[in-house]
Design a protein around this ligand. Structure first.
Ligand SMILES: [Ca+2]
Ligand SMILES: [Ca+2]
Length: 204
């Protein structure tokens, strides 16, 4: 019973959309947390016309949920085989992907990650980037921890940990990327942003 991730692309300012199939998708594996989450795909387009989609996927047994990404360089006519963006070897959950493409074509993905908590509850934000101009053979570099303090999703007095904000976000600027996420270090939900220098490779 497969699920399929579709992307709609418009060339007439939204009057009509052409739909393309990006990948099969496997629903999330069971996790020890209660907040709302699903595969939540995120998409971005580069100035070079490249397209990228990132999503959470439960296909990798023994590894918890992972972040996958696929790219198209022909306006969505075909898509690369999905890559696992997170590089940890354990059973942590990676959820809530956000993706952006810099003006140099480098792709940055950020996500929620429980790798630092053996109980798979507290989360950090991690990110990874491709090199510019890598084409369809793109790969993601070292996973980089963005947060300095982990968040407990149950630090949510109003909603009892049921909602931590379904989506994280990210933007790219000159030499920087800007992950945005829900953070509970202050014992309630706050929106945090961390400018991260990406001077190597340059992203401007
Ligand atoms: Ca995982
Ligand atoms: Ca708050």
């Amino acid at each position: 019973m497969g699920n399929t991730l579709l992307l709609g692309r418009s060339t007439d300012k939204g009057a009509s959309y052409q739909t393309t199939s990006v990948s099969s998708v496997t629903p999330l594996q069971a996790r020890p947390t209660a907040y709302r989450a699903t595969v939540y795909p995120a998409a971005a387009a580069g100035a070079d016309g490249s397209l990228v989609v990132a999503w959470a996927d439960g296909r990798n047994a023994g590894h918890g949920n992972d972040i996958l990404a696929s790219r198209s360089l022909n306006n969505g006519a075909s898509w690369s085989a999905p890559l696992v963006v997170n590089s940890d070897s354990g059973a942590a959950d990676q959820l809530m992907p956000a993706v952006t493409v810099g003006s140099d074509g480098a792709v940055t993905v950020a996500w929620l990650d429980t790798r630092n908590d053996p109980a798979r509850v507290n989360y950090d934000v991690y990110m990874a980037r491709t090199t510019p101009g890598a084409g369809l053979g793109f790969s993601f570099g070292t996973n980089q921890r963005v947060t300095s303090v982990a968040s407990n999703p149950n630090n949510d007095p109003q909603l009892q940990g049921s909602l931590i904000g379904d989506y994280f976000a990210i933007g790219a600027g000159a030499g920087l990327v800007y992950p945005v996420w829900t953070d509970t270090r202050n014992n309630n939900e706050d929106i945090y942003l961390a400018p991260v220098s990406v001077s190597s490779p340059p992203n401007n």
